[in-house]
Write a protein that binds this ligand. Structure first.
Ligand SMILES: *[C@@H]1O[C@H](CO)[C@@H](O)[C@H](O)[C@H]1NC(C)=O
Ligand SMILES: *[C@@H]1O[C@H](CO)[C@@H](O)[C@H](O)[C@H]1NC(C)=O
Ligand SMILES: *[C@@H]1O[C@H](CO)[C@@H](O)[C@H](O)[C@H]1NC(C)=O
Ligand SMILES: *[C@@H]1O[C@H](CO)[C@@H](O)[C@H](O)[C@H]1NC(C)=O
Ligand SMILES: *[C@@H]1O[C@H](CO)[C@@H](O)[C@H](O)[C@H]1NC(C)=O
Length: 260
């Protein structure tokens, strides 16, 4: 799954490469990530995921991938809000699990937690399942998207860009939202006939025929924090520093030369 997600970010970077200049990534981003990921499921995974999905999902993982954002402000789910990101101390462009994920309470800790729940349930059917694995699946799928949005590993002081007021073209917003939603929205309009499925197909083609293909390596993510998700967080803060925060101080207008 990792590469798909990384490639997704890479495609965003393509879009923002030439740019002059809270706390979630938008519904379209999560939908696309999960839609692409489920295309890589093995047969067993298809069956297991179908069993766990709520009926309203109609067999589509992508249909539930924004659920953790929908619930995170409800009183009984407030505790999950901090699991969407892993911010670093201001101007620190590296990620350090013990520093940035105290008590496993951040996106990497949550990915590890929910992977663990799903893996142990599938390995040992005799064990008493303590956790709601439908929730585990929905959280895992969502947080795997979040961790690949560079500003989900932004700086603590500006809440991952949420406090950096900028304009996207002539719309007032903040830097975090630019990366969650607005780059995608603008790209949809400009390059994909305003159609999410056209964009998803283009990304799927890139994965098949374009970008170097290391799909095989995704399996090493399982229960291995060294393979995943820590390296994803490291990549994101690196990209946040190199691209998202660069030339994007408060009051900047971004989006002037959105180019593919
Ligand atoms: C792991 O998941 C369970 C079930 O949702 C939750 O109660 C617990 O707080 C989670 N722990 C972490 C570190 O995310
Ligand atoms: C599991 O979680 C989902 C989503 O919160 C909920 O709709 C469902 O009722 C839960 N299942 C059980 C057995 O508690
Ligand atoms: C673009 O979208 C419109 C409206 O949905 C559709 O009629 C048209 O055929 C699409 N064009 C291409 C090139 O896909
Ligand atoms: C975890 O992944 C790392 C990096 O891919 C690898 O070197 C290590 O052997 C893996 N550990 C286990 C226990 O599989
Ligand atoms: C930042 O601005 C400088 C000067 O206009 C430009 O050369 C550079 O490419 C920009 N960097 C990014 C990441 O947008």
């Amino acid at each position: 799954m990792g590469l798909t997600l990384r490639m997704w970010v890479a495609s965003l970077l393509l879009l923002t490469h030439l740019l002059h200049g809270a706390l979630c990534w938008g519904d379209d981003g999560h939908y696309a990530v999960c839609k692409i990921a489920q295309g890589y499921f093995e047969e067993e995974t298809v069956v297991a995921v179908k069993k766990l999905l709520p009926a309203y999902a109609d067999g589509e993982l992508a249909a539930v991938c924004s659920w953790p954002d929908e619930i995170k402000r409800l009183p009984q789910w407030k505790w999950t809000a901090a699991l969407h990101f892993a911010d670093t101390p201001d101007d620190k462009c590296n990620y350090d699990y013990s520093r940035d994920c105290p008590n496993d309470w951040c996106v990497t800790g949550a990915i590890f937690n929910y992977t663990n729940q799903l893996m142990s349930a599938s390995k040992d059917s005799q064990s008493i399942v303590h956790y709601n694995l439908t929730e585990a699946l929905m959280f895992l799928s969502h947080y795997m998207g979040d961790i690949h949005q560079p500003l989900h590993e932004g700086f603590l002081g500006d809440l991952g860009g949420n406090k950096v007021k900028v304009n996207w073209y002539n719309q007032e917003t903040n830097l975090h939202r630019v990366w969650d939603d607005m780059i995608i929205e603008s790209a949809l309009e400009k390059y994909y006939n305003s159609s999410l499925s056209v964009m998803i197909h283009a990304l799927q083609d890139k994965l098949k025929y374009g970008w170097s293909n290391d799909v095989w390596s995704w399996g090493s993510c399982q229960l291995n924090q060294t393979a995943c998700p820590n390296p994803y967080a490291s990549e994101s803060i690196d990209l946040a520093c190199k691209y998202a925060y660069t030339n994007a101080t408060a009051g900047t207008t971004l989006g002037g030369i959105l180019t593919l």
